[in-house]
Design a protein around this ligand. Sequence first.
Ligand code: HMG
Ligand code: MG
Length: 292
Amino acid sequence: MDKHARRVTVVEVGPRDGLQNESAPVPTDAKIAFIEALAAAGLPVVETTSFVNPKAVPQLADATQVMQGVRRRPGVRYLALVPNEKGLRRALDAEVGAIALFTAATDVFAQANVGTTVDGTFDRFIPVVARAREAGCWVRGYVSVAFGCPYAGDVAPEAAVAVAERLFALGCDEVSIADTIGVATPDSTARLLAAAGALPIERLALHFHDTGGRALDNVATALARGVRIFDASAGGLGGCPFAPGAPGNLATEALLDMLDHAGYETGVDTTAVAGATARLRACLAASAPTGP
Ligand code: HMG
Ligand code: MG
């Protein structure tokens, strides 16, 4: 493998995808310390928070304070989820430089997650992308439930890929195809990537939740087919409050170990990530509600 082919980008989503699903309240300072530790560990992208309706996701209601409180390291991309124009205004006020839009492969999931159809999400995205571009933001797009939907069941790979194509056509710099409920297998990963032949593979990410314990096998399948960007969550924290049964994401530490053993380079210090996870877990344990 040449040097270029060995390089893998790990996108850390724990502070957003992980913490959005935690029932124990996490103090803003602890979130900031977690994010700073992950960036210091060498992770090049840290999905930091989410500018959604705080009534829908109270865990991330402190998005502005978190974004403004993090001491930003040069060269690290601090991503924030943005669902609509209001979210973008809040994000820009907090000096966000990279946003992530999110839609889905099925209308029924989009409706549960963001209260509109897939087409409806794109209607919202058009002005958001235009304004984000004016502000110089980098833009990621997500396709949720690309391998299976908790409401609609099986999802055809072509349907998921069609939504990814729309996100690229809209102007996304990168698109992450997500297995929201962790049902992907190496076979379905291979089928999806076969259907995705027309997409720019160097700007395509995969985002596996680990319900079935197959996330690492799926990553191996995708690596063999040229994908070099993978999302993961420190300690495997996470899920989606609008996707019943969605477990944690693939753990960053497990992904880093696997990539290291297979001869890939990430530039990330796994021990430092594990330290960040341990400190966050101690904080979660301290603030967990005690039983009656
Ligand atoms: P809506 O109800 O259609 O919006 O929500 P609305 O325009 O009718 O507004 C309703 C209320 O929300 C109003 O406030 C708005 O001001 C407020 P009220 O008058 O009731 O006081 N509002 C906002 N407040 C703050 N920031 C905003 C905002 N927008 C409206 N941006 C909306 C639409 C999308 C906002 C809502 O459905 C929502 O916030 N949903 C949360 C969705 C979410 O965060 N899901 C989890 C993240 S996605 C994910 O985890 C998947 C991923 O990991 C990949 C994968 O694994 O699949 C990325
Ligand atoms: Mg997710």
